[in-house]
Write a protein that binds this ligand. Structure first.
Ligand code: NDP
Length: 339
């Protein structure tokens, strides 16, 4: 059995979803309530591969909300992730994806050093961040969407916003080895970490977002922002392809306009309907088929019987592992969302 640990994007989102799922008592509550809510299994899932293989899984809502990262609620956020992991393990799930901020909190606050949750010793090999598949899918989107919107990738300037992160650094490695655009611009808040990536891949310019945006034909957004940012659209080139892999989203779709294309990054579409209801609540256009690539990674590991933390730690995703997960992604009928 596979598992998905997820969370909602804001308190408002959580209130709406709680009511929709029939948890009326959660729907009118404030952040305090969500801080004390335990993890819950809110969906049972059946996925069929195009090979005919069938697997089952559970969706565990951690009850974490990005608002908890603001102010003094870091310990609560950490507890949410650890409790959700312990819950998944107690349910006997073989491999569980840590969706959205779950893996970011796990890494940033070194939760690997806290393996004991009450009477449960966490077995980290039962978990994956799902970031290898996410990075692979984003790179496929770069290639396929640039073709769709008439951007010649070999002549393009590509910016990666969040280039020093786990997904961002993997995207930079793939761009370097497989796609080689004309220019690569590396953006994040801390230049030191960007210079490390630049040293590793052997090229790319470290710039601020304000400097990079007006030069970019394509921007990959993989910054860990608890809520979206505003950008000055008038600065952007036309055409400009913006692939937004953030969860919550880094950008708003409202900036789309003549020559500005915003694509939901890190999203896959399955060839067959998935028996679940959970993607309805995160506003996927086709909720029975579209899902986050990190969730799909745990499905792929279950299909293949690879019970291992395939994606783990930070900035260790190799091009070879992206190819490996990409191959089984295609085999089981997943494809990147293109526009
Ligand atoms: P990491 O924490 O590893 O990396 C985050 C990156 O963003 C770092 O480079 C960080 O560098 C940068 N960053 C943070 N804040 C800012 C800012 N204000 N401006 C510019 N750069 C910033 O995160 P991941 O790579 O694990 O995840 C990235 C995003 O992808 C998240 O939104 C996550 O929720 C999403 N995600 C999506 C998935 C999917 O399936 N679609 C799966 C998993 C994650 P610095 O701190 O120096 O600024």
């Amino acid at each position: 059995m596979f598992g998905l640990i997820g969370h909602l994007t804001s308190l408002d989102h959580a209130k709406t979803v709680a009511k929709r799922l029939g948890y009326d008592e959660y729907g009118d509550q404030g952040l305090e309530f969500w801080c004390s809510a335990p993890p819950q299994v809110v969906d049972e899932i059946k996925v069929t591969s195009v090979t005919g293989q069938e697997i089952r899984g559970l969706y565990v809502e951690s009850c974490f909300l990005p608002e908890m990262l603001a102010g003094n609620r870091i310990k609560t956020a950490m507890r949410k992730v650890l409790n959700a992991m312990a819950h998944a393990q107690k349910l006997g799930i073989n491999i569980t994806a840590l969706g959205g901020f779950s893996s970011i909190i796990f890494e940033n606050f070194q939760l690997g050093q806290i393996p004991q949750v009450r009477n449960i010793q966490l077995e980290f090999q039962r978990f994956t961040t799902g970031n290898t598949h996410t990075a692979y899918i984003i790179c496929q989107q770069v290639e396929q969407c640039s073709q769709k919107y008439g951007i010649d990738l070999s002549q393009a300037t590509v910016t990666v916003c969040g280039a020093s992160g786990d997904i961002g650094s993997a995207v930079c490695r793939w761009l370097t080895c497989r796609q080689h655009p004309k220019e690569l611009l590396l953006v994040a808040r801390s230049p030191d970490k960007l210079y490390q990536i630049q040293g590793e891949i052997g090229w790319g310019k470290v710039l601020s977002l304000a400097e990079a945006l007006p030069q970019s034909d394509i921007v990959v957004w993989v910054a860990s922002l608890p809520k979206g940012m505003d950008i000055d659209v008038s600065q952007l080139k036309r055409p400009c392809l913006l692939i937004d892999g953030g969860y919550p989203k880094n950008l708003s779709h409202s900036i789309e306009g003549e020559g500005i294309y915003v694509v939901n990054g890190g999203i896959v579409e399955h060839s067959l309907d998935i028996d679940w209801k959970i993607m309805d609540i995160v506003n996927m256009a086709i909720p029975t088929r579209q899902l986050f690539a990190c969730f799909a990674e745990s499905m792929l590991l279950e299909f293949e019987g690879w019970y291992t933390n395939f994606s783990w730690g930070r900035n260790q995703i190799t091009v070879a592992k992206m190819e490996q997960i990409g191959q089984v992604s295609r085999k089981h009928g997943f494809r990147p969302l293109v526009g």
